[in-house]
Design a binder for this molecule. Structure first.
Ligand code: 5GP
Length: 320
């Protein structure tokens, strides 16, 4: 599979790299690092990394406009995206050839070549393996970006972390002098208003009978903290390790897009089935959903509480 991807990269003069909407560090680092690696290996090719909303992750690089591309002669590579509707590119089908590189559970086939490995930690790990297993070249800047995507998507080596990943990292660190303090600082620095919003969430989180912690962030509250519907996504991982909470959710009103965005995390119960039921999806323990009314959000919380109850019962069954 890696060889086939390399062959396609070699064949096309113009390559566009896209990823999912609602950009995060793994999505953006995987596309930018892949772009830089292709250009480093094949300097004469034209490679564009496209999508919106990348300004927050400017330390990873800048994005390109999808302009003057003859789609019928170009290759599209989509990283970190399981389904077509979440691809952040105005054009998908017109490309001559399409490749998907993803670590989410399978949702649908929409590319000519699909590398899907949902046991891998991140899209960045797959790009790293692609570089390692083919003639694609890398440098310290490319490796630094891949490292940042890996750190972010594993939540600092908490999820999907195993011997294979550490051995890949060991090789990376031996060969490239990564500046860890700088890389972590770029990833985790945040404005004070976000910290204050985190304090608000901690003060106002409600907990259901079976351990679902949730908080509703209305437009009014988000405005008060100079935050937006995407802000909770930056801090949702910070509510892990609370005795009374198994699953947690931030429910953020997004007035501009007329939806309510829900970020979901779990430290046991599997939640992506519930996320899918409410127009979202994601991983077993980290998912997102979208609803249009607060009543629907309440139903989602109710469903999560049931999943937690079943989980608690199954754990009690195991210890008997
Ligand atoms: P986050 O809470 O960080 O936005 O998302 C957590 C995970 O769930 C990520 O892997 C993200 O791609 C996925 N995710 C978030 N929202 C959605 C959604 O609406 N649909 C799908 N399929 N996945 C989502």
């Amino acid at each position: 599979m890696y060889k086939k991807i390399y062959k396609a990269i070699k064949k096309y003069d113009t390559i566009v790299i896209a990823r999912h909407i609602g950009v995060d560090p793994d999505a953006m680092a995987s596309q930018i690092a892949l772009k830089e690696s292709i250009l480093y290996t094949f300097p004469k090719k034209r490679v564009l990394a496209v999508g919106t909303g990348g300004a927050k992750f400017a330390y990873l690089g800048t994005l390109d406009k999808l302009e003057n591309v003859n789609f019928s002669e170009s290759l599209l590579i989509i990283t970190d995206t399981p389904d077509r509707k979440r691809v952040d590119s105005p054009e998908v089908d017109a490309f001559a050839y399409k490749i998907k590189i993803d670590h989410h559970p399978f949702v649908e086939e929409f590319c000519d070549l699909e590398l899907i490995q949902d046991q891998k930690s991140s899209a960045c790990q797959l790009v790293l393996e692609l570089i390692r297993k083919t003639k694609l070249k890398a440098n310290v800047s490319i490796m630094g970006k891949l490292f940042q995507g890996l750190v972010s998507d594993t939540n600092r080596f908490l999820f999907n972390t195993n011997a294979e990943l550490f051995s890949l990292l060991s090789k990376m660190v031996k060969e490239y002098p990564l500046d860890f303090p700088k890389l972590y600082q770029e990833l985790y620095m945040r404005p004070f208003h976000e910290v204050r919003l985190q304090g608000y969430i901690e003060q106002n989180m409600k907990v259901t009978e079976h351990g679902v912690g949730y908080v509703t962030l209305t437009t009014q509250i988000l405005d008060k903290f100079s935050a937006d519907a995407g802000s909770a996504g930056n801090m949702v991982n910070n509510f892990n390790y609370i005795d009374e909470i198994l699953v947690w959710a931030t429910i953020s009103e997004d007035k501009k897009n007329e939806i309510i965005k829900i970020n979901l995390r779990s430290r046991g119960p599997i939640i992506n089935g519930i996320a899918e039921k409410y127009h979202g999806g994601g991983h077993k323990f980290a998912s997102g959903a979208r609803v249009t009314t607060m009543e629907e959000a309440e139903l989602l919380i109710h469903d999560l509480d049931r999943v937690c109850e079943e989980y608690i019962q199954s754990m009690e069954g195991e210890t008997k």
